[in-house]
Design a protein around this ligand. Structure first.
Ligand code: TXA
Ligand code: MG
Length: 323
């Protein structure tokens, strides 16, 4: 099983392992990441292996500062403005890859673009000390619920990786928002931890959704899947279901629920985002075959929450193995 070390004492051990081309699960402000040296092909291959992730799905390269980012990606003025405003933080920018940047082609899945993000917290200090970018997808088996606490990482990947750095519960709880500037247009590739309207306010431009051919390759229909089936926008609970609630008003027949978690009794979307993956996993452990989910409003972070719920509810091509 993986060694688990509290973030305050883990910097040296994590650095040694990463320098040796190993992978390490680390906390970021969004979700836990499974990190490896982005310039080391063997390390990046270990990330794909540990997650069981398809190789056509590229990874985000995490940087410590703007100088490191500029050595990897070619910034246009709007991307630079967004980076200056939102970094460090839950924003990922897709940029043209700079020739000779040293990023291993497995990271970008051979694309001529690269996804860059400057994380907060332990991850940030780790990259600064290492002096090299870290490739880090969310620290979960491919297709499963993203991990927002060290125990979830350990349960899912603990027998496949040497170290989990425990930084407690991640404050944002949703993966980063991914945007791309494309010939003057601002494209939303993945809704996430920064609400689209906040980005639009700083950009002074509308974020375009659903642009053809430029979606994140990893935006597979079925993702974030618990073992239970998900029933969205439920206004009533059927016998035997678990209930994922939101806000002060309860769904009808809530008494039918075999297990209940409320994402935010006060109806706060930030709180709901932070609780989403942990509560989905907890209700899944109740063993109920169906998780009924109360409607989540679409404003602000609600867009990203509804995106994750829709993927969790999407038909799966093959049954998931029991965990
Ligand atoms: O908050 C986050 O973003 C977390 C933490 C660990 O940083 N990371 C994360 O990574 O969510 P991952 O691998 O689960 O999701 C990365 C997404 C995938 O959907 C992938 O397809 C997309 O980024 N992506 C990576 N490179 C891309 C590129 N060049 N163009 C378009 N999409 C890209
Ligand atoms: Mg992921």
């Amino acid at each position: 099983m993986a060694e688990v070390i509290l973030a305050g004492a883990a910097l040296d051990r994590a650095t040694t392992l990463l320098d040796a081309g190993e992978v390490v699960a680390i906390p970021t402000e969004t979700v836990y990441g499974l990190a490896g040296d982005a310039t080391n092909g063997a390390a990046v291959a270990r990330i794909f292996e540990a997650k069981g992730r398809p190789r056509f799905n590229p990874l985000i390269a995490h940087v410590a500062d703007l100088a490191m980012a500029e050595r990897i990606g070619v910034f246009d003025p709007l991307s630079r403005r967004l980076a200056a405003h939102f970094w460090p933080g839950p924003l990922t920018l897709v940029l043209p890859l700079r020739a000779g940047a040293g990023i291993h082609p497995l990271v970008t899945a051979g694309l001529d673009t690269v996804a860059l993000r400057m994380p907060r917290g332990f991850a940030h200090g780790l990259i600064a000390g290492l002096g090299r970018p870290l490739a880090a997808p969310s620290a979960n088996s491919s297709g499963r619920i993203s991990a927002t606490c060290a125990a979830a990482v350990e349960a899912d990947l603990g027998n496949r990786i040497p170290l989990v750095v425990n930084g407690g519960k991640t404050p944002v709880g949703l993966e980063s928002t991914i945007v791309k500037v494309d010939g003057g247009r601002l494209l939303l590739l993945r809704p996430g931890g920064i609400a689209a309207d906040e980005i639009e306010a700083v950009a002074g431009a509308r974020l375009e959704r659903g642009a053809k051919g430029v979606q994140s390759p990893g935006m597979l229909a079925s993702h974030y899947a618990p073992n239970a089936a998900m029933r969205l926008d439920a206004d009533a609970v059927r016998p035997g279901e678990a209930l994922l609630a939101f806000g002060p008003a309860w769904a009808r027949d809530a008494g039918n629920a075999v297990a209940v978690k409320n994402l935010s009794p006060a109806g706060d979307l930030r709180e709901a985002a932070a609780n989403l993956f942990g509560f989905m996993a907890e209700l899944d452990r109740s063993g109920s075959p169906v998780i009924a989910v109360e409607p989540i409003p679409w404003e602000g972070l609600g867009e990203a929450i509804n995106d994750r719920l829709a993927r969790a509810a999407a038909p799966r091509d093959k049954p998931l193995p029991p965990t």
